[in-house]
Write a protein that binds this ligand. Structure first.
Ligand SMILES: *[C@@H]1O[C@H](CO)[C@@H](O)[C@H](O)[C@H]1NC(C)=O
Ligand SMILES: *[C@@H]1O[C@H](CO)[C@@H](O)[C@H](O)[C@H]1NC(C)=O
Ligand SMILES: *[C@@H]1O[C@H](CO)[C@@H](O)[C@H](O)[C@H]1NC(C)=O
Ligand SMILES: *[C@@H]1O[C@H](CO)[C@@H](O)[C@H](O)[C@H]1NC(C)=O
Ligand SMILES: *[C@@H]1O[C@H](CO)[C@@H](O)[C@H](O)[C@H]1NC(C)=O
Ligand SMILES: *[C@@H]1O[C@H](CO)[C@@H](O)[C@H](O)[C@H]1NC(C)=O
Ligand SMILES: *[C@@H]1O[C@H](CO)[C@@H](O)[C@H](O)[C@H]1NC(C)=O
Length: 570
């Protein structure tokens, strides 16, 4: 009898003396949660301390002014049992909820009972079943961490509608099906590794920012991010771990302008509806090079991994029965060929030799790109001025590398493509820079006996031409400058002559070529500085190539305002 009466007697008393107890926000809900999940009594929550739950109950990290729980963090407590939605629903002010690293089991509760939820951590438990689709109705949700459970079924597609999703971590579960096309611009953290997801990683801007470490260990998943193309045909395959912002359809619909036709195939500038511009190379049919689709695919994966500031990156490729397309970044400033010879109108006409500063800068860029290829075990195979593109800072970037046999070198005709055959082509390229003449091979035939005097003669013409031009700085060139020019020219001639050695094994390696060019450049900076300003300026060109703007005085006519005259000036 007494036992029955006690609550009736006590309750009004407490109500009078401890009004906080009765109105203490979420105490009842938390005690119910404890009694359902905390069999080992790890949480020292007691009814008689509930008036201080916001300050004294471990795990209650933050409350509102009126005593409602905002942040509940119950980690590593060996909690077990089933986290029913009914246990959570009274705690409807919660923003942050963590049950990380416990032993909770059963289904993930319907979290939409917590409409204010921003972050939820239920990782490293024993939850099973599906991810409730109702999660997508929690509009403030930013962080969803359900990793390390036994969740199965699909990732609910409606998750793509969560407007603020920042972090989605579902790794190490048993999820199946395809990845929904997540494209929230807020998304920054994604981990889907260690599931059983399949199909193509959707090509969206948001998903393209993640690399393989977000997707690995899903045996049936494919996509650029994990370097596993989804099929041999029909699709545009992106390389280098980055999915593109365009599809094959976009590319085929793009307006195309022919940039050039070469041995390897034709090259187009493709402007897509979105305004995005790429360079597309359409390989000549029957395509030389790798014969089977699988060989071609492997080759493109290898070439697509080559990345260097002096290489034009291969971004994507496509192959079908009748067609092989390669997609590169577009370089609006054209090629070295067009720089020397002008673009389009009279492409085989004699151009203008470049100032030695430009020759050295270009030579260093080209040789550095070549060195990277050779160190990667690759051979360019088709090095020539039309395959050197000018970047935004007028750095020289090699393109068309490693594609196919294109036996254009007449002297000596290489039986196969080797690093020394690239070096030979480099020697030819250097002569083209120095003389402005092409096709150089024929000219080399005639002048092989005395390349230096031929080159000097070609440059003499130019000097006369520019001296007669209306440019006072050209005629007032100092004797010191002439000497510098002569020593540069001599250095460049020595390098090209070495590269053109008939016996392949006596040609310098790319490493040696780069070193020789850097030495020649370094001397130039030191001597010019000491003579023109009266003090020696420390040379820093050995490691950081000067910018094109240092040498811009030699830009030829098609870029030419008057002060960018070709004449040598210092
Ligand atoms: C992955 O999913 C397939 C069905 O798509 C199933 O047959 C297979 O057993 C699953 N593998 C694992 C490890 O769960
Ligand atoms: C994804 O969202 C971006 C804007 O954040 C938008 O430009 C793009 O078209 C959307 N779709 C895909 C498939 O990337
Ligand atoms: C993936 O990206 C992360 C940064 O988001 C980086 O730390 C990691 O090295 C990258 N992993 C690979 C394999 O590229
Ligand atoms: C994803 O989770 C796996 C396994 O825990 C981990 O190895 C990987 O680094 C994580 N990747 C990212 C991007 O967080
Ligand atoms: C040649 O170059 C000039 C100036 O750079 C440019 O305006 C013109 O469109 C180019 N012509 C061709 C055929 O590329
Ligand atoms: C080179 O390209 C950049 C854009 O990448 C452009 O701003 C610049 O004017 C171009 N220079 C010439 C000489 O065409
Ligand atoms: C620099 O000037 C000195 C005289 O001051 C001269 O002997 C030397 O040849 C000059 N060097 C060059 C590269 O012009």
């Amino acid at each position: 009898m007494a036992l029955l009466l006690r609550p009736i007697v006590l309750f009004p008393l407490l109500f009078i003396f401890f009004p906080d107890f009765v109105f203490s926000g979420d105490a009842d809900a938390l005690l119910a949660l404890k009694s359902a999940l905390d069999a080992h009594d790890r949480l020292p929550w007691r009814r008689d301390t509930s008036s201080e739950l916001c300050t004294r109950w471990p795990g209650v990290k933050q409350c509102s002014g009126d005593g409602r729980v905002l942040k509940l963090v119950l980690e590593f407590l060996d909690l077990n049992g089933i986290l029913a939605a009914g246990l959570l629903s009274p705690l409807d002010q919660i923003r942050v909820l963590s049950f990380k690293s416990n032993s909770l089991s059963g289904d993930i509760p319907d979290l939409s009972v917590l409409p204010n939820l921003k972050s939820v951590y239920l990782n490293e438990n024993r939850f099973s079943g599906r991810i409730p689709a109702s999660i997508s109705s929690i509009h403030r949700l930013k962080t969803v961490v359900l990793a390390g459970n036994q969740l199965s079924g699909h990732i609910p597609p409606a998750i793509t509608t969560l407007p603020r999703l920042y972090s989605l971590q579902l790794q190490n579960n048993r999820l199946i099906g395809t990845i929904p096309p997540l494209n929230q611009s807020t998304l920054r953290v994604l981990n889907l590794t260690g599931n059983n997801l399949s199909g193509e990683i959707p090509i969206t801007r948001a998903l393209s920012q993640f690399n393989s470490s977000s997707f690995l260990n899903n045996p049936k998943l494919c996509g650029a991010q994990i370097g596993r193309p989804c099929s041999e045909n029909g699709k545009l395959i992106f390389l280098g771990g980055v999915a593109g912002l365009y599809s094959l359809e976009d590319l085929l619909k793009a307006s195309a302008e022919t940039l050039g036709r070469g041995t390897a195939g034709s090259t187009y500038k493709a402007v897509m509806d979105t305004g995005f511009i790429v360079t597309v190379k359409r390989l000549r049919e029957p395509a030389a090079g790798p014969s089977t689709a699988e060989e071609f695919r492997r080759r493109m994966e290898e070439v697509g991994r080559l990345r260097h500031p002096n290489l034009v990156p291969l971004r994507a490729y496509f192959q079908a029965k009748e067609e092989r397309l390669l997609v590169y970044d577009y370089f609006p400033n054209g090629s070295l060929f067009s720089l020397i010879h002008g673009n389009g109108s009279h492409p085989t006409g004699a151009g203008k030799p470049l100032h030695w500063t430009s020759c050295l800068k270009i030579a260093e860029d080209v040789a550095t790109g070549l060195l990277y290829l050779h160190q990667a075990g690759e051979v360019h195979r088709n090095l020539k001025s039309s395959n050197v593109l000018l970047g935004p800072d007028f750095e020289s970037c090699l393109t068309d590398f490693c594609l196919l046999p294109a036996p254009e070198c007449r002297l000596p005709r290489p039986s196969s493509f080797t690093p020394p055959s690239d070096i030979y082509s480099f020697g030819i390229l250097l002569l083209e820079l120095l003389t402005g003449k092409t096709p150089v091979h024929d000219l080399v035939d005639h002048h092989i006996a005395d390349i230096p005097s031929w080159v000097r003669a070609a440059r003499e013409d130019e000097k006369e031409a520019s001296a007669s031009a209306d440019d006072p700085s050209a005629s007032s060139a100092s004797v010191g400058t002439q000497t510098t020019a002569e020593s540069k020219l001599a250095a460049l001639l020595a390098i090209s002559t070495a590269c053109l050695a008939a016996a392949a094994e006596t040609r310098p390696t790319a490493t040696e070529v780069v070193r020789m060019i850097r030495e020649a450049r370094a001397e130039g900076v030191a001597s010019v500085s000491s003579n023109s300003s009266g003090r020696v300026v420390e040379d820093n060109s050995g490691h950081s190539p000067g910018r094109w703007s240092d040498a811009v005085q030699s830009l030829p006519r098609e870029y030419g305002s008057e002060h960018l005259s070709f004449a040598e000036r210092d």
